[in-house]
Design a binder for this molecule. Sequence first.
Ligand code: 6PG
Length: 254
Amino acid sequence: MPKPKIRVSPNLEELSRAAAELFVETARSRIAATGSFFAALSGGATPRRLYELLATSAYSDRIAWPNVHLFQVDERCVPPDHPDNNFRMIREALLVPSRMAPENFHRMDGEQADASEAARQYALELDRVIPNREGNCPRFDLVVLGMGNDGHTASLFPGSPALEERDGWVCPSSPGAGGLPRITLTYTVLNAAAQLVFLVSGSEKAATLANVLEGPPQSHLLPAQGICPVNGHLVWYVDEAAASQLQGISRSSG
Ligand code: 6PG
């Protein structure tokens, strides 16, 4: 497995600013080359500051929003106004303040009672909107990922059947232990992307990050290890606290 590329920032604010630059530069490059930019955004707490920054004029004024199509990496099976809904967070942090056209955000239907049907519908939307392919799979230009303390990413949880899904692009998932049922992009779609970036912040993630990046391959227990782009680039944007237990990996700071 190729050595992962890691960028260490002093704190979450600087990590988010670095990620915002990556987002802007990737968007500008793809729009210049193809006229469009397709990205998938994770939920959770870590990426919120990135999304807030992208909506500020320092970044937003550099993005041709009409040429940008945003999708979700995963969603909790709750209505869009529920506090745990990822779309709600992304809408508050980015969509409303950036005044992005609503039709350019492709929301997962978390409130759909039948999660399998919601997953099927979302796969059709991926197929309809995204022209680029890796094999027969839609190819995102950029995917923003987080990592849970248990090593999950997207809604790909340790031991989950979703980890084994190879034919489908979107599937139901569950964290187990009474957690909310979810819908998630599968490894197939995630690993077809041109560029993936993990955002990991905080000392509570340090042990897991060291296991994921420096421990033995065990993606069934640490699903973040299963992110290996087929024909793309993977970079980890971490802060000093999260990186505090990393040993041998060369780190580019800044
Ligand atoms: C979600 C996310 C999930 C998240 C990790 C990290 O729906 O919760 O997609 O994969 O990225 O759980 O979450 P934090 O950023 O809140 O630590």
